[in-house]
Design a protein around this ligand. Structure first.
Ligand code: HEM
Length: 414
C-alpha cells in the first residue's frame, strides 16, 4: 500500500476568487499529476478521478453526515462551532444525513415530488416564453438576473405554493446558504454567519407555514409532506428541513445550469444554430453543460471505515472532497475532456451525482434547462457578450456567474 500523495493543488488555492473564476486549469494540473486521490494540508482527501468519485459516491462506507468526521470533531473542540451551529446541525436536511434517516426522508420527499411534476413541462415552457417576451422589449439583458434566476425560483415556489411576495427574502437566504457550502475549507467568518442566519430563518419560515398548511391543505408539496408526517412518516423539524432543502437545491443549481448553458451558446454561433434546429440538441447541450461546466463542483463525504481507493487507504473519520467537476474532465474517462462537444455518446457525467444521494430534482432540472436553453437558441438573435471578464459569486461548491449581460439583435415571437 502506497502512502497518500500530497496534493499539487491545495484546497485553499481552489477556494480563492481566481480559482472560482476558472478552476479548470487547476483540475487539469491534478489530472497531470496522475494520482486520482491526494491529501490536502487540511487533512482532507481530495478525489479528482472519475472512476474513484463514481465508486465513492455509491459506497455505503462514505457518509454524508459531516458531524461524524474527525475534522468536525476538531472544529468542535477548538470552539469553532458554538451551540447555535450545533442546534442547526441537529436539524440537517437529508442531503447531510445517513441511513436510516436519509432513506426514510428521501423516500418521503420523492413521494411528494413525483405527482407535483405532472404538467410541469408545459408550465415551464410558458414561463420561459413570458421571460423572453419581457426581455424582447429591451436591447440588453442580464441572463442571470432576468432569465436564469426567475424560472427555477418560480417553479420551486409554485411546487411548494409559496407566495410571490416572499421570493426576495427566500432568494437572499438561499444565496447565503449556497455560499456557505464551502464552509469547512473556507472559514470566511461573514459567510458562515450569514449562512447560519439564513438556515435559521428558512427553518423558521417553514415552521410558521406548516401549521397553516395543516389547517388548510392544498395540493402542494408542503401540504403533502405535512399530511404524510402526521401519519407518522416524519416530525415537524424534519418536514421543515425537507422543505428548506427543496427550496435551496431547486433554486441555486438550476440558475447556474441555465446561465452556463447560455454562456456556451453565446460563445459559439454554430452551437446556437444546431440547438435552435433540433429539440434533441437541447438535451445534449444540457448534458454537456452538466459535464463541462457544472453548477456543483464538489461534495464532501466522511469515511465511516478505513477505505482503500486507488491503492491508498483513507482512514476512518477522514473527510473526502469529491471534485465532481474535475472528475467530469478526467482524460481517462472522457475524450478531449476540455472540449465542449454536443456529440458525446454515453455522457455519464457526475453533474447530478450518483448513488443513494443522486439528485432528486434531476428530471425537473433537465426540463427547465432544455426549455430555457432551447428557447434562447431559437428566439434570441445574435446574442453578444460585451468584452470584459466574467464575474462569479464567491464559492466553489455551488459555482455560478454573478451576472451575464448580453446585447442582442432582437428576440423573435414564441
Ligand atoms: C441543474 C440543476 C441541479 C444540479 C446540478 C443538481 C445537483 C445535485 C447533486 C450533485 C446532488 C448530489 C449531492 C450529494 O451526492 O451529496 C444533488 C442532490 C439533491 N438535489 Fe439536486 N441538482 C439540481 C437541481 C435540483 C432541483 C431542481 C431539485 C429539487 C426540486 C434538487 C433537489 C436535490 C435534493 C433533494 C438532493 C439531495 C438528495 C439526497 O441527498 O438524497 N436538485 N443535486
Amino acid at each position: 500500500m502506497r502512502g497518500m500523495a500530497e496534493s499539487p493543488v491545495s484546497l485553499r488555492e481552489l477556494m480563492t476568487p481566481e480559482a472560482v473564476t476558472d478552476p479548470y486549469p487547476l483540475y487539469a494540473r491534478l489530472h497531470r499529476h496522475g494520482d486520482p486521490v491526494v491529501t490536502d494540508a487540511s487533512g482532507a482527501h481530495v478525489v479528482s478521478g472519475y472512476a474513484e468519485c463514481h465508486a465513492l459516491l455509491r459506497d455505503a462506507r462514505c457518509g454524508s453526515d459531516e458531524t461524524r468526521s474527525t475534522m468536525f470533531e476538531a472544529m468542535r473542540s477548538r470552539g469553532d462551532l458554538d451551540d447555535k451551529d450545533a442546534a442547526l446541525l441537529a436539524k440537517a436536511p437529508f442531503m447531510l444525513l445517513d441511513p436510516p434517516e436519509h432513506t426514510r426522508l428521501r423516500r418521503l420527499a420523492h413521494t411528494c415530488l413525483i405527482p407535483a411534476f405532472d404538467g410541469l413541462p408545459e408550465r415551464i415552457a410558458r414561463i420561459v416564453a413570458e421571460l423572453l417576451d419581457t426581455a424582447a422589449a429591451q436591447e440588453s439583458l442580464d441572463v442571470v438576473g432576468d432569465y436564469a434566476f426567475p424560472l427555477p425560483v418560480r417553479i420551486i415556489c409554485e411546487l411548494l405554493a409559496l407566495p410571490q411576495a416572499d421570493f426576495p427574502r427566500l432568494g437572499r437566504w438561499s444565496g447565503a446558504l449556497a455560499r456557505n457550502m464551502d464552509q469547512a475549507f473556507n472559514l470566511d467568518e461573514e459567510a458562515r454567519r450569514d449562512g447560519r442566519e439564513a438556515r435559521g430563518a428558512i427553518l423558521d419560515y417553514f415552521h410558521r407555514l406548516i401549521p397553516e398548511r395543516r389547517a388548510r391543505p392544498g395540493d402542494d408539496v408542503v401540504s403533502q409532506l405535512v399530511a404524510l408526517a402526521d401519519q407518522g412518516a416524519a416530525d415537524t423539524d424534519e418536514v421543515a428541513a425537507v422543505c428548506s432543502l427543496l427550496l435551496v437545491a431547486g433554486h441555486e443549481t438550476t440558475v447556474n445550469l441555465i446561465a452556463n448553458g447560455v454562456l456556451a451558446l453565446t460563445s459559439d454561433p454554430q452551437l446556437r444554430e444546431t440547438v435552435a434546429a433540433a429539440p434533441e440538441a437541447a438535451k445534449a447541450l444540457v448534458e454537456e453543460v452538466l459535464r463541462f461546466d457544472p453548477p456543483l463542483h464538489f461534495r464532501t463525504r466522511v469515511a465511516l471505515a478505513d477505505i482503500e481507493v486507488a491503492g491508498h487507504v483513507v482512514p476512518r473519520g477522514a473527510t473526502l472532497v469529491l471534485l465532481l467537476a474535475a472528475a467530469n474532465r478526467d482524460p481517462r474517462r472522457f475524450d478531449e475532456p476540455d472540449v465542449f462537444r454536443l456529440d458525446r455518446r454515453a455522457n455519464r457525467h457526475l453533474g447530478f451525482g450518483i448513488g443513494p444521494h443522486a439528485c432528486l430534482g434531476a428530471a425537473l432540472a433537465r426540463v427547465e434547462g432544455e426549455s430555457a436553453l432551447g428557447a434562447f437558441a431559437r428566439r434570441v438573435r445574435n446574442p453578444q457578450r460585451p468584452a470584459g471578464p466574467l464575474t462569479y459569486r464567491p464559492g466553489l461548491a455551488m459555482r455560478g456567474l454573478a451576472e451575464l449581460p448580453i446585447h442582442h439583435g432582437g428576440i423573435t415571437a414564441a
